[in-house]
Ligand binder design. Structure first.
Ligand code: ZN
Length: 154
């Protein structure tokens, strides 16, 4: 009888530990905070997307003070091979609300463009990214992609 209770207790402890560990891992790997600054930079140049996540949430924060029309930042995900095609379409005429880009199939995910002190959230479907292909993220404010880009690690 004593052994039986000990066994149950051990099982409960294991379940609690597993649940805790699972939720911790989930929170760590299925989302990320990326900061953009007045220095025209992201604070990361590589994002790891876990394909096991149902969705991957990118929280973009602008840690600077400059307004969106002067130093706006967004985060745009695309295949590396399409970079030249996408940046060639970046133009002020498309408007800040569209990230200065036309509608294009090559743009996989695009966040809202924000100014200093603001933040926005973008949900990605990890299934869109195919293992073996190369993907990157950029800021599509005209001229920013030269400094504001990084690669995805799928
Ligand atoms: Zn930017």
């Amino acid at each position: 009888m004593k052994f039986y209770f000990k066994n149950i207790l051990m099982k409960i402890i294991l379940v609690v530990l597993t649940l805790f560990n699972f939720s911790y891992t989930y929170a760590e790997e299925c989302g990320l905070v990326v900061h953009g600054s007045d220095m025209m930079k992201f604070d990361t140049n590589e994002i790891h997307i876990n394909k096991n996540c149902e969705k991957f949430v990118v929280n973009l924060k602008h840690s600077g003070n400059l307004p969106v029309n002067a130093m706006g930042h967004n985060i745009v995900f695309l295949e590396s091979n399409n970079l030249q095609k996408v940046i060639s379409k970046i133009n002020m005429s498309h408007g800040i609300e569209n990230g200065f880009m036309p509608e294009m199939d090559e743009i996989l995910f695009k966040s809202k463009m924000i100014g200093g002190g603001e933040e926005t959230t973008l949900e990605l479907d990890p299934n869109v990214f195919i293992s073996g292909k190369e993907y990157i993220f950029i800021c599509s404010f005209p001229g920013h992609f030269a400094l504001m880009k990084g690669k995805l690690n799928i």
